[in-house]
Design a protein around this ligand. Sequence first.
Ligand code: CMC
Length: 427
Amino acid sequence: MTEVAKLELDGKTYEFPVIEGSEGEKAIDIRKLRGTTGYITLDNGYMNTGSCQSGITFLNGEEGILRYRGYPIEQLAEKSNFMEVTYLLNFGELPTAQQLSDFNEEVGHYASLPGGICNMLSHMPPAAHPMGVVSSVTSSLCAFYPEYLKMPLPPEMRRKAVCQLMAQVKIIAANFYRRTVEEKTHRSNPKLGFAADFLNMMFASESYKVDPEVASALDTLLILHADHEQNCSTSAVRLIGSSEANIFATVAGGIDALWGQLHGGANQKVLEMLEQIQNAGGTAKQFIEKAKDKNDSFRLMGFGHRVYKNFDPRATIIKKACDTILKKLDVHDPLLDIALELEEAARSDSYFVERNLYPNVDFYSGLIYKALGIPTNFFTVMFVLGRLPGWLGQWKEMREDDTLKISRPRQIYTGPNTRDYVAVNKR
Ligand code: CMC
């Protein structure tokens, strides 16, 4: 017999179907709730709300599990590469060698930006925060590709959109970086692979040569960021995309949502926090006390997660990678010692233990980016590049869902009741 949930309201009993996901997660299907009972649900921060059914990413926060299309993140980080993962997220299966090569070639068609976009970038103030630049310039791509404005997009255009954005957002980011350091832009060479091409566009000079081990470490970081089911920015992408907004505006909205310091912007804030501790000459313990003090707005950035309540599997891999890369590059960063000290102090502090607050993906990633020469205010842009395949895959899955409806939550109104207008000022 199918399981049902019973709800008693105003002396009546209503039944709602229980649905189960492929990993045994259960939900009460309340799609008919308002129609049958007149009630809605209230769930600030959507802590108990499933916004969709999705076959892309499985996450179990209690057990620290993350899988893309069934493949454990640990295996993908060790054995796959970022473009293969991009294909997996967007098209459902790992590609054959031929499929991957075709996909890379299609992405390679977009190895440059329209002249107008280059002009825009060259007029952006070099001191501007790169997240604002990357978002607005990504949104502006729609001006140069009006063929994407005719919605709904046919399947071949959705695939083109994936390829185009995978190529061009990376170029936008690297070209703006070159502007900030007053260097000429360097051409994209997709044959190098995503990470190596990006590093080359960023740092190309007569003496610079991409180190394959460094490129491979960056590739792994990008895989770890590639998708994370219905997080804030992905939900923004789905919400915007549900109105049939064009793909460039939709992704730009994801970039903007990611920028916030409680989400992707935390990686920049972690590094600034470590520097603050270093400059203050304080101890990890003192800052742990500050983070616990409810009268102090200071929070331990890079700690805590809405979903992970045991450990963040991405953080475990990143911590190891951080150690390896710093050793490989022969970087002795005192900020790493502060980070390790903070983690140790937090792990033995009852405040953090009771609230299940552990390092998240952003805690150690910044130290790697710093060692690679990426400036602090570009850290969240690195997260954008990593999360792009997930946003695109989730958007694509949503657009291919026949039951899709525009996202439009309701509310409980708490303002004044109806009242007659009386002019406050004499006219
Ligand atoms: N430092 C100190 N206390 C914290 C922290 C922290 N980083 N995070 C949560 N808490 C406390 C919080 O004050 C609350 O305490 P109490 O129960 O006494 O009121 C309790 O832990 C629960 O926190 P919450 O804010 O209700 O939890 P949430 O699920 O709404 O927020 C979070 C999750 C990630 C926004 C939050 O942990 C946080 O602000 N962390 C720091 C920012 C950060 O690192 N963000 C990156 C997240 S990972 C990247 C991504 O996927 O977005």
